[in-house]
Ligand binder design. Sequence first.
Ligand SMILES: O=C(O)CCC(=O)C(=O)O
Ligand SMILES: [Fe+2]
Length: 263
Amino acid sequence: MHDLETQQYLFDLHGYLVVEDVLSPALLATLNEHIDAQNLPDEDRIQRIGSAAGGAPAGPGLLQWGQEFCDLLDHEVILPILRFRLGDCFRLDRLYGIRMRPGAPPGGLHSDFGASAIGSSSAAGQRVHPPEHILHTGFVVVAWNLTDAGPEQGGFCCIPGSHKGSFRVPQGIQQAGEDAACVILPEAPAGSVTLFTEAMTHGTATWRAAHERRCVLYKYCVSQIAWSARRVHPPEGLELTPRQQILFADPADPHRFFSSLFE
Ligand SMILES: O=C(O)CCC(=O)C(=O)O
Ligand SMILES: [Fe+2]
């Protein structure tokens, strides 16, 4: 069912990949119960849960909500896929959850690397030649879909292939957002996992479903980089395997100062 060669091809081609039927209905129910137990206030906007702004809690964030959230850290389905883009040594850089109530408004298109990245000085219509010191990749988001999302409901949207683009997203597409013809909303049923590179242009589409959107995002990066000075800390009183503990190590050169997750 999960043919790695095909996953590798499609992830490289599109910049994202959805793997369906990864979480059992029982596990989904438990994860959702842990979220219910937080008694979060309802809000009309995209609600980031289980983390400080930016998704880098100076603590364990939502990992503290239950062992099942820790078990997702190195789930057997995601590890070989992460390895395609991040190699053998990578860290958990950030994590947070998204909650959207029916009718919640969209979030704009963006990317963290490349021609359209926040902070990129690229000019409209000009091919980008990034200077040597600029990173162009290195982060992968693993988004666990805890309720049904997709073209009917809303949620994650993206411009497939845009991680390979050499031109800034034109204003018209940026403004149209989810309504632009090149923007798609991948089918992401409850229990599926969406992986995407932050180099791809992506965003959040209006939530149109009658049910609540819930997804939890674990953001990994190659061991030698970090997004901010904050670190996710391991949860207290919950079990982490030796491999999971590697994900919390300080940023460092792969293999020399940072252990492989695959040995
Ligand atoms: O799934 C979404 O709504 C998009 C989340 C997002 O933009 C991000 O985590 O970088
Ligand atoms: Fe994003």
